[in-house]
Write a protein that binds this ligand. Structure first.
Ligand code: FAD
Length: 337
């Protein structure tokens, strides 16, 4: 199948390792391409990346374009933009997706401005549908869906007049598809003439902060909100999380109140999570919080207010003071096991 008119994904690599968000996007691209009866392509730019390209095909990718050059090992805006623009002009994809990461948020707008096409930032959902405007009917348009106006509405944005339709997509919101090692796709070296003047900036040194919180990978998350009351009392949340072997989450209001650091935040402007068990303690369940956790397999909520919106999406609701409930929870769990 030709990559012309494909659903294309900008594949982000860091230290020659493909970013999780790119696998999520390739899986979503496969769904979209199936609906559009077209192919999925990926663009992988870097150095020493061929082995990574091979691993991508199992996610239903028909063609991975690789652009290898030792100078491309680290992301810098100018050459990456030039490559994306050239490949888009040549392969004419109908859709191009980028992760809403620091890299994707940098390269996506540069490519959009260069090609004079639209780009919807920070999408949380993508769908295919029809659209009518100014007496023109468009079919099979990309619905680019994202929270807007402070998260109070969910906006569906379309850019039907120009191709490609482009979007950045939040990390963790698209599900990774089941890999199929028998899937047949190809790897193509894409040639772009790059001179030294295409590299006006170079990375001199990289300082990596160790990731201490892994919300995305956690099977159990115990989250605390404003109802926890204080930074000191947040120790209860840590204790329950520790007892269950889980990770600690928080609402934004709890983070803003200084109970816990920002990397624990779950929600629209925090991390999107899908654990097997999510325990929300003293969290009201605002739309922005729910956006980041409502796909958890099981949700338990502990709240003094029986009308708290979190109960609407909970599998089990406990109306009560978390200061009473959590110690009982811990005691019961320890007694059991
Ligand atoms: C653009 C934008 C982005 C946002 N992004 C996020 C985001 O990513 N994540 C996020 O979480 N929020 C986000 N917010 C904030 C969001 O709107 C809410 O303000 C926030 O989620 C509320 O946090 P909370 O539930 O901890 O606090 P509250 O809404 O104040 O709820 C506290 C709850 O604790 C209960 N409670 C009180 N005492 C106890 C007790 N002793 N035991 C049990 N329950 C008790 C109360 O009944 C109440 O339901 C965003 C807002 C905006 C505008």
């Amino acid at each position: 199948m030709s990559s012309n008119n494909s659903v294309m994904v900008f594949i982000q690599q860091d230290d020659a390792k493909v970013a999780d968000v790119s696998i999520e996007l390739l899986s979503k691209a496969r769904d979209l391409a199936d609906q559009l009866k077209t192919s999925v392509s990926g663009v992988l730019i870097g150095s020493g990346i061929k082995g990574e390209a091979e691993k991508l095909i199992q996610y239903g990718v028909d063609e991975v374009f690789i652009i290898e050059d030792t100078r491309l090992g680290d992301y810098t805006p100018m050459p990456y933009t030039k490559i994306m623009v050239e490949i888009i002009k040549k392969m004419k994809p109908q859709i191009v997706l980028y992760g809403a990461t620091t890299t994707g948020r940098d390269v996506g707008p540069r490519v959009a401005s260069n090609l004079k096409v639209g780009l919807t930032a920070d999408c949380t959902s993508l769908e295919i549908g029809d659209y009518s405007s100014k007496e023109v009917d468009y079919s099979n348009i990309l619905y680019q869906i994202r929270p807007a106006f402070g998260g109070n509405i969910v906006a569906t944005i379309v850019s039907p007049e120009k191709k490609p339709q482009m979007a950045t997509v939040r990390e963790g919101v698209m599900k990774v598809g089941t890999p199929d090692s028998k899937y047949k796709g190809k790897i193509t070296n894409f040639e772009v003439a790059l001179s030294d003047s295409d590299f006006p900036s170079v990375v001199i040194k990289k300082i990596k902060e160790e990731k201490l919180v892994d919300l995305k990978g956690a099977q159990v998350i115990v989250s605390g909100g404003v109802g926890v009351g204080s930074k000191e009392n947040f120790g209860l949340i840590l204790k329950l999380a520790h007892t269950l072997g889980g990770e600690v989450g928080a609402s934004r209001a709890a983070v803003d109140a200084g109970f816990v650091s920002k990397e624990h935040q779950v929600g629209q402007t925090g991390t999107t999570v899908r654990p097997k068990l999510y325990i929300a303690c003293g969290i009201s369940g605002s739309i922005q919080h729910r956006a980041g956790m409502d796909e958890s397999a099981r949700i338990i909520a502990i709240n003094t207010d029986h009308e708290a919106p979190i109960f609407q999406i909970s599998n089990y609701g406990i109306v009560g003071d978390l200061n009473d409930v959590i110690p009982k929870f811990i005691k019961a769990f320890k007694a059991k096991g």
